[in-house]
Write a protein that binds this ligand. Structure first.
Ligand code: 5GP
Length: 120
């Protein structure tokens, strides 16, 4: 089972505006902002507005509208940033082995250089 949602996590604070982040995108379901410690020339995080711990949590508990809205938001952020032609990588960590650090679902978008093999 997924852990309970902790509304003091750092991305919850960003959603509430208690911690600053540059909103690259916002709609009813999601916001996007640059990762504070980028691991590629482009490193963007997309998070749902709903209180979901992880990919597992959203996929299990989210409404169809929230799930569709989030998936569309991730695609739109990448498209609007011009990443489709050069290419980009999505990554979402879930659970202990994945090394998820912030317990609010986030999809990483990596781009801006040849990324090499997965997990390299
Ligand atoms: P995870 O390891 O949980 O998949 O990724 C968490 C990501 O959040 C890391 O890449 C980290 O750099 C980023 N991060 C942590 N705290 C903040 C913050 O306060 N602001 C922003 N923009 N990114 C953060």
């Amino acid at each position: 089972a997924t852990q309970p949602y902790d509304d003091q996590n750092i991305f919850a604070k960003i959603l509430r505006g208690e911690i600053p982040a540059t909103r690259l995108y916002e709609d009813a379901y999601a916001i996007a902002f640059p990762d504070i410690a980028p691991q590629a020339p482009t490193h963007i995080l997309v998070i749902p507005k709903g209180a979901y711990v992880s990919w597992d949590d959203l996929s299990a508990r989210g409404s169809d509208a929230e799930i569709a809205g989030f998936v569309r938001a991730v695609g739109k952020v990448a498209r609007d940033a011009g990443l489709v032609a050069p290419g980009y990588r999505l990554l979402a960590n879930t659970g202990l082995d994945s090394h998820q650090e912030v317990p609010h679902l986030h999809v990483h978008i990596f781009a801006g250089r040849p990324l090499g093999p997965l997990l390299a």
